[in-house]
Write a protein that binds this ligand. Structure first.
Ligand SMILES: Nc1ncnc2c1ncn2[C@@H]1O[C@H](COP(=O)(O)OP(=O)(O)O)[C@@H](O)[C@H]1O
Ligand SMILES: Cc1ncc(COP(=O)(O)O)c(N)n1
Length: 268
């Protein structure tokens, strides 16, 4: 059994964070484990409260998993502060883990901050150089790389600058693109660009899309897929999950984690 770990925040509403990650791992048939960094009181309307855990609590969860079960791939989501980023980076080095996916979560769709501003520098210096792939959305890429992204050329330039920070691959996601008909995720491995395009789905129910996408990449890496192939599967997974999104609550509802597997079983 292949094993995937998520180091992220808990979303009580179940659409993003740890909950989205574990649902995605399950659907892609890897064994899911978690180390929680913060508990959020959250629903489809937004984040009502954030309770970060101590560095010790985060490290102990990771240690328990490392000492007994092991990890084939891991992702990080909401890390909240520089101390947690530092501790997670140390655990990655200590355990010699290589399949590291960074979703640099900063701001929830409702506007709540999920990463303290001063932690961006720790992310750049400590964690990004250890990772196999990073999956920023456009606003996150703009903050980390410190440039405006308005065009495909800008996305390509930002992707190059990510590689200069020491990460091996990058996907700059297209959910925040202005094109009303299409989303384009730009993949770059330091050598070649790949443009992953899909039909833009006209919906408000996109809570947890970034979490789900990066969790799907992590699951596929845990199963031994190559990075680019893992990203292609993740793009199909998130497209299906948004197309069959679940209109729950009164705000941004969640995506549908069953959709991808349901479709594959129909195709067989
Ligand atoms: N309306 C949409 N239609 C189709 N795909 C989307 C839509 N919104 C986001 N996606 C896809 O979902 C994934 C997450 O993207 P994005 O929304 O940019 O991330 P985040 O949740 O981190 O802001 C990407 O693969 C993106 O292309
Ligand atoms: C605990 C937690 N982690 C991450 C997100 C970001 O969600 P999204 O994937 O929609 O950007 C969130 N809203 N809550």
């Amino acid at each position: 059994m292949r094993k995937a770990l998520t180091i992220a925040g808990s979303d009580s509403g179940g659409g993003a964070g740890i909950q989205a990650d574990l649902k995605t791992f399950q659907e892609l048939e890897v064994y899911g484990m978690s180390a929680i960094t913060a508990i959020t009181a959250q629903n489809t309307l937004g984040v009502q409260a954030v309770y970060p855990l101590s560095v010790e609590a985060v490290v102990e969860q990771i240690r328990s998993i490392a000492d007994d079960i092991g990890v084939d791939a891991l992702k990080t989501g909401m890390l909240f502060n520089a101390d947690i980023i530092q501790a997670v980076s140390e655990q990655i080095i200590l355990n010699n883990w290589k399949n590291i996916v960074i979703d640099p979560v900063m701001i929830a769709k409702g506007g709540a901050s999920l990463l303290q501003q001063e932690a961006v520098s720790a992310l750049k210096k400590k964690l990004i150089p250890l990772s196999l792939i990073i999956t920023p959305n456009i606003p996150e890429a703009e903050v980390i790389i410190d440039m405006e992204i308005k065009s495909i050329k800008d996305k390509e330039e930002a992707a190059k600058r990510f590689i200069e920070l020491g990460v091996k691959n990058v996907v700059i996601k297209g959910g925040h693109d202005t094109d009303p008909l299409e989303t384009m995720d730009l993949f770059y491995d330091g050598y070649e660009f790949a443009y992953l395009k899909s039909k833009r789905i006209n919906t408000e129910n996109t809570h947890g899309t970034g979490c789900t996408f990066s969790a799907a990449i992590t699951a596929e890496l845990a199963k031994g897929k190559k990075v680019y192939d893992a990203v292609v599967t993740a793009k199909d997974f998130i497209q299906a999950a948004i197309e069959e999104n679940i209109p729950l609550g009164n705000g941004h509802g969640p995506t549908n984690h069953w959709a991808y597997k349901k479709r594959s079983s129909l195709i067989k």
